[in-house]
Design a protein around this ligand. Sequence first.
Ligand SMILES: Cc1cc2nc3c(=O)[nH]c(=O)nc-3n(C[C@H](O)[C@H](O)[C@H](O)COP(=O)(O)OP(=O)(O)OC[C@H]3O[C@@H](n4cnc5c(N)ncnc54)[C@H](O)[C@@H]3O)c2cc1C
Length: 444
Amino acid sequence: MGKENEILVLGGGISGLATSWNLHKAGIPFKLIEKQPETGGVISSSTVDGTVLDFGPNSLRDRDGSIRKLAEEIGLKEEIVEISEAFKTRFIVRDGELQSLTPSLKTIFTTNVISGKAKWRILAEPFISKGTSEDESVGEFLERRIGKEALEYLVDPVFSGIYAGDIYRISKKEILPKLAENEQKFGSIAMGTLRSRKEKSEVKPVVLTFKKGIQQLTEAISSKISDYILNEEVTGVRKTGNGFEVETSKGKYTAEKVISCLPAYSLSSVLKGFAPALSHALSSIDYAPMLSTQVIFNTEGIELPRSGFGFLIPRKENIRLLGAIWKSSIFPALTSEGKIHFTLMTGGAHDRDILTDDIQKVEQHILSELSELMHISSKPEFLRSKLWRKAIPQFHVGYEATRLEFKQAEAANPGFYIGGNYRWGVSVPDCVKGAENLVQKIEA
Ligand SMILES: Cc1cc2nc3c(=O)[nH]c(=O)nc-3n(C[C@H](O)[C@H](O)[C@H](O)COP(=O)(O)OP(=O)(O)OC[C@H]3O[C@@H](n4cnc5c(N)ncnc54)[C@H](O)[C@@H]3O)c2cc1C
């Protein structure tokens, strides 16, 4: 089965879909193999009584216009919903209260999230001597540069709430390469950042979604390439004389090139017989779980959330909830009239109990935490959760060695490519950009 000259793309999340779309535009024959009846992977939107729920990604930060360009190509230009400037304010919980952080550098000095002492410690950053150039955790690196309190209250909530990670395990070289480089080059991350602010890009970053949620993006790509999608599970990959053979739940396909956009653990299992060293490296990539809970309240009787994106909670606060996105504030067009919609995040690398706990009990627990933090006394009229058992890949200290394994496997097997969020970066825009770069490389 299959034609020799086709490229086989494995996995139909945003990485595989964006790769396929770029191949399609370039006129390169391909087939996309996705095991689920629906494409999109962790991108999952639905609508309940006029309110759009996103159980996976909730908003996309389009740094360089790639998402807008893709949306225009697939006919979604009119469906883009941009976040309002006014909602760039974020809140962080300190001693059980929400404290604001506005999007400017001076907020560090005006906010109540950290004490005066912690602010002075940040100001001392340029005078702290340079540390190791070797990889180390984001926690070790930033604790040295800006002090423990700023780390616990400004850095940890972002990493645990957004990356579902543990700052003392995440690699500085992977996640903060520019800051790590600035420390080595200028002896200070503040000095380096001030200098690089001058080299601003021409495109203004925009945070956006679509009228029917993020899944509208993956559905639109899928409908453009539906003739080339096979709903089958990949079970094995092996090298043949002049290419590869991909075995699926339904048969065998041969191809000159194979692009994997499978999650690391799936690729690890399909490669066991063919590339054991790579399979082993892939199996060691840790994925943190995440529970996404959608809660809708009637506005009557409760105060509307303050203007802002939502809030994040430092682990130091001993609150189980990681954070909340004020969906109806940031994208009012996606919430039905008279309703308030929150997306709550729980779990992550610090809370793997979520995998075995009774989800209904967890829901009640985090709902009471939300109600206390936001002074809500009424009951929600809608609540639904989705547990992602392996939500977000973790770029732990030493990830460089794993990246080297990817390169070596690709060099040893020309025509075999490894893509996906654990290679290109976890955000949807990172995956879209990675796919674009890979197809350009293949075309060249
Ligand atoms: C709860 C949550 C919130 C997030 N929030 C944001 C956000 O707000 N903004 C943002 O930019 N990013 C966010 N992310 C991250 C982002 O959504 C993901 O990193 C990205 O969507 C991953 O895309 P992917 O295609 O690489 O992987 P996946 O989406 O995991 O896709 C992999 C695909 O491979 C398929 N597959 C697996 N095994 C096989 C097999 N054997 N055969 C065939 N097919 C197979 C799967 O079914 C799946 O469709 C969030 C992620 C989660 C989980």
